[in-house]
Design a protein around this ligand. Structure first.
Ligand SMILES: *Cc1c(COP(=O)(O)O)cnc(C)c1O
Length: 480
């Protein structure tokens, strides 16, 4: 399997060659040169496989430069019910991403696919845990080391730290805005004691942290001399790992591959739903992929109108589903590339317009009129919608959901179709956003037993100014 850049101007590479990198040299994102096709007979033969083995069937189509037995071992080590054990129910923990039916609404079954049972209680663990094992594997084989530098406002940083902790050859330097994360999120990150994890609390906001990471990444000499890498959401390994749970959700919801299902995906950077798009392109019988946004509705606007308008930082709202507070959707270019019939030049042109004019408009183009064939639909949700949905789902079904999942459920309900089960991806557990749960329900969020005392554990964090040189000095003093 070869990978090409969405901007068509980089040489094709193999899976392991692109694994540790970010953008392609021409500024594009990597995608396979073709999507492997899965027949309905194949799909039916995957029913009942343990998650790790289903992951093997899907991922072996994409990573053919890892020997089969190594890949299987890595997947079995990653997707265990000891790692993914924090869900609301232990009965079906072996499914790794269990499907929890809520009930029937207007004759349509609606359910939650639990993606948040991993170590940090959010769906990013699904891919990041695999990335941790893949990084360790490939670094060891190549005799290399890697220093991961990242910025986080919560979910990404903790998922990366829990995936890389204790991994040979990897160190993590994670910048977070001092005092700006929830108590639960800070406790999750700062309580880690692993010697290869460094938490740097920056005196500033998230944008300051991100600016420092960008500045360091643009210092090519520093980057190369110190083996600096990132694990941001455009990493192909993260996207492809997420394809697996669309197959799992489908298989758990159906009895034969003649059936169709729809998925609703709480969306920010378009990474999660992009994996759904890829699963559908591989032949998984998905009727609709519904993108649910919060008030930061770049994606909803695009799917409704054909106008893609990236927002400025000042226009980006801080909401109660903060992991979806984005100004532009960094993985969206992957879908645009497919929409433009995989024409790299045309894709480069569109994203040049994003850089220069803040967006593009395809509302009058044939590709927009024909976009229905990709199955996308969309909707948006507000803080009040989240509160109402959290309350309503709790009262009606006795299930507590988090704010991001609530955005999903709100939008899913607007797109139910008779006879097509609707699966909403549960992207985090409620305890991560306990302030809003308290506001909606007047009671505390449920907390998995393993996390009861997390806020009273000792915390390890270095305070640092929002100053690129201080960050560089810290890194060089603690390098791999
Ligand atoms: C990251 C995140 C999202 C958004 O996912 P994208 O892949 O960026 O679209 C949604 N919900 C939660 C809880 C997240 O952490």
């Amino acid at each position: 399997m070869r990978y090409q850049s969405t901007r068509g101007n980089s040489t094709q590479q193999s899976f392991l060659e692109i694994l540790l990198g970010g953008l392609a040299p021409d500024g594009g994102l990597y995608l396979p040169t073709q999507y492997p096709q899965v027949t309905s007979a194949q799909l039916d033969s995957w029913r009942g496989l343990p998650y790790a083995d289903l992951a093997y069937e899907v991922l072996s189509l994409y990573c053919d430069d890892i020997p089969e037995s190594d890949l299987r071992t890595l997947l079995r080590k990653t997707y265990t019910d000891q790692v993914y054990c924090n869900g609301r129910s232990q009965d079906n923990a072996k499914d790794i991403t269990p499907l929890h039916w809520l009930g029937e609404e207007g004759g349509t079954r609606i359910g939650l696919l639990s993606l948040s049972n991993g170590p940090t209680l959010a769906f990013k663990d699904m891919a990041m845990q695999l990335l941790g094992n893949l990084f360790e594997y490939t670094l060891k084989r190549a005799g290399q080391k890697l220093n991961i530098l990242g910025a986080t406002s919560g979910d990404t940083g903790s998922a990366a730290e829990y995936a890389m902790r204790g991994k040979e050859g990897v160190k993590v330097f994670m910048l977070s805005p001092r005092g700006k994360m929830s108590a639960f999120q800070s406790a999750q990150m700062y309580s880690l004691q692993d010697p290869n994890i460094f938490n740097l609390a920056v005196a500033g906001v998230f944008d300051d942290c991100q600016d420092i990471v960008k500045a360091v990444s643009n210092d090519h000499a520093f980057k190369a001399n110190n083996q600096i890498g990132t694990v941001n959401s455009i990493n192909w390994g993260r996207v492809v790992a997420q394809v697996v749970y669309y197959f799992q959700g489908y298989l758990l919801a159906t009895k034969s591959s003649a059936e169709k299902v729809s998925f609703t995906v709480p969306s920010g950077n378009f990474g999660n739903i992009c994996a759904g798009h890829i699963a559908r392109m591989m032949g998984l019988p998905i009727k609709h992929l519904v993108a649910a946004t919060n008030e930061n509705d770049v994606l909803d606007e695009f799917f409704r109108t054909g106008v893609y308008r990236a927002r400025k930082s000042a226009e980006t709202l801080h909401t109660s589903s903060p992991s979806m507070d984005i100004s532009k959707a960094s993985n969206f270019e992957r879908f645009v590339f497919d929409l433009l019939s995989q024409d790299g030049k045309a894709t480069a042109e569109k994203f040049k317009q994003v850089d220069e004019a803040g967006g593009f408009d395809i509302s009058q183009e044939v590709i927009f009129k024909e976009m229905g064939k990709y199955g996308f639909q969309s909707g948006r949700s507000t803080h009040q919608n989240r509160l109402d949905t959290i309350r309503n789902i709790y009262q009606q079904y006795g299930t507590m959901i988090d704010t991001h999942t609530a955005d999903g459920v709100k939008v899913a309900r607007e797109h139910l179709q008779a006879g097509i089960p609707m699966i909403v991806l549960e992207t985090a557990l409620p305890v991560k956003f306990e302030e809003t749960i308290e506001e909606a329900l007047g009671r505390p969020a449920e907390c998995p037993p393993a996390f009861k005392d997390i806020k009273s554990l000792p915390q390890y964090v270095e305070n640092i100014d929002a100053d690129i040189n201080q960050v560089k000095d810290f890194i060089t003093a603690h390098l791999n």
